[in-house]
Ligand binder design. Structure first.
Ligand SMILES: Cc1cc2nc3c(=O)[nH]c(=O)nc-3n(C[C@H](O)[C@H](O)[C@H](O)COP(=O)(O)OP(=O)(O)OC[C@H]3O[C@@H](n4cnc5c(N)ncnc54)[C@H](O)[C@@H]3O)c2cc1C
Length: 427
């Protein structure tokens, strides 16, 4: 296939779809992004991304990779008012009730609302990418084992490669089944989480931090992620379990914050001026679609972002995994040859695996969450508890944990002999 002569179609014009399109535009003559929703250039909430009113942390690895794929992303985001800082020095982080000891590092974090991140991406991707809003994809077209295009409500569209980037509620497996292929196996873990979020006015510099993360845990299921964002605002997202969801009634929202580990968020929400009403989002299960395990797939089919794997969002991995997958797609396209579909799914599964293990391993700490609790998972959770206790007193351990949590260092580095000694000594 001469890619320059060929056409790629991306289903979904959100974060993952835009990143995939950016990569494909280097190899394909024409790249068309279809989305059933509007695709505004301005940072506004839209129907197709209901999660956008809730806190979205972009890991340090995520903004690095996005900036490599989409040059100018960082500068534009910061230029539009996103707040930057050092994730080890400028964030307060409570893990299982232990406040991580802060200290200076060379890492950077950027805090912005989800609509701003998407709008900056949409503005900065290659102008050769054709964006078609208000176009709903209803199925795939195939001939002799290769995809030939997509079906939309407005008619068929030819394509040599189709990327499913249609998010959590995607229908990729159903579309493949309609063509006579097996449905990909789906691994699922339901943490039963609810988010409720509210924005407040922020006076820059009034606090010596730009964000607070208070992880929910079995001993205190009341959690929170509060972060500064563009427009001198705090976006406060309360996290809870579905049997005691964070309330949407103003007043009750602020009272709930009193039950968090650490007093800072409660102090903040009881003093700052609220700018929006609280809004709630019930988070569905984390789902990993195992396309790499399918015995047969049509050549030219790819999936990325939440359509491939959606995680428990408290770990802030979704956008970063979309970026890493797009980066891996570029690697696959660089190596000429057939079997793009098989090569991509085989390799991307290895990128998804550690993030999936972290997210689902953390979820099964809660007795109400059904799912496998292997010896390895129980050992790792026990070890992580020690990391959290040590991080409260040992800046070096804390920094390593922040690096790992930001995807900058592999989790195995927490097991380096010197590090294990510090963790054991200080926990
Ligand atoms: C409450 C919540 C909080 C989160 N917090 C974080 C966080 O802190 N950090 C982080 O990195 N990630 C977070 N995530 C995950 C993050 O939102 C996603 O990983 C990220 O938006 C990338 O998603 P996506 O592009 O794959 O899909 P989405 O952003 O969901 O977009 C899917 C797109 O596909 C379109 N579409 C759907 N079906 C069709 C169709 N049939 N035809 C055409 N178009 C279609 C939709 O209109 C939409 O534009 C969170 C998720 C939730 C639910």
């Amino acid at each position: 296939m001469d890619s320059r002569q060929s056409q790629a179609v991306v289903v979904g014009g959100s974060i993952a779809g835009l990143l995939a399109a950016q990569v494909l535009s280097r190899w394909f003559g024409r790249v068309i992004v279809l989305d059933r929703d509007e695709l505004p250039l301005d940072p506004v909430h839209r129907k197709g991304v209901p999660q956008s009113r809730h806190g979205h942390g972009l890991l340090a690895k995520g903004h690095q990779v996005i900036n490599e794929l989409v040059p100018g992303f960082w500068d534009e985001l910061v230029g539009q008012g996103a707040v930057t800082g050092d994730p080890h020095q400028d964030l307060l982080w409570y893990n299982e009730g232990n406040l991580l000891k802060r200290g200076p590092s060379t890492m950077t974090t950027v805090l912005a609302g989800r609509p701003l991140i998407e709008s900056v991406l949409r503005r900065k991707v290659s102008p050769s990418i054709e964006l078609r809003p208000r176009t709903t994809v209803t199925g795939l077209l195939e001939k002799d084992g290769r995809l030939t295009g997509v079906r939309t409500e407005d008619g068929d569209l030819a394509a040599d490669v189709v990327v499913d980037a249609s998010g959590r509620s995607n229908r990729g497996p159903t579309w493949l089944k309609e063509l006579g292929y097996e449905s990909a196996r789906e691994d699922e873990v339901n943490a039963g989480l609810v988010y409720t979020s509210r924005e407040y006015r922020r006076e820059p510099g009034a606090q010596d931090f730009i964000g607070v993360l208070s992880g929910h845990h079995p001993a205190n299921p009341f959690g929170c992620g509060a972060g500064a964002k563009e427009g001198d605002r705090w976006l406060v997202t309360l996290v809870g379990l579905s049997d005691v969801p964070p309330p949407v009634e103003p007043g009750a929202f602020e009272d709930y914050a009193a039950r968090l580990d650490g007093p800072e968020v409660h102090r903040l929400v009881t003093k700052a001026e609220p700018l929006t009403e609280p809004v709630r989002y019930r988070i569905g299960p984390s789902v990993r679609r195992r396309y790499e395990k399918c015995s047969r797939l049509p050549e030219g089919f790819l999936a990325i972002g939440d359509a491939l794997c959606c995680f428990n969002p408290v770990y802030g991995q979704g956008m970063t995994l979309a970026a890493l997958s797009a980066q891996y797609l570029a690697e696959c396209l660089e190596t000429d040859g057939e079997n793009l579909t098989r090569r991509y799914f085989g390799g991307v599964a290895k990128i998804v695996e550690p993030a999936w293990a972290l997210s689902t391993g953390g979820d099964v700490r809660f007795p109400h969450v059904p799912g496998p609790r292997s010896l390895k998972t129980r050992f790792l959770n026990g070890f992580l508890s020690r990391v959290h206790r040590a991080s409260a007193v040992d800046e070096v351990v804390g920094r390593r944990f922040v690096e790992v949590a930001n995807g900058l260092t592999r989790p195995e580095t927490l097991f380096a002999p010197g590090m294990v000694r510090r963790i054991l000594r200080n926990s």
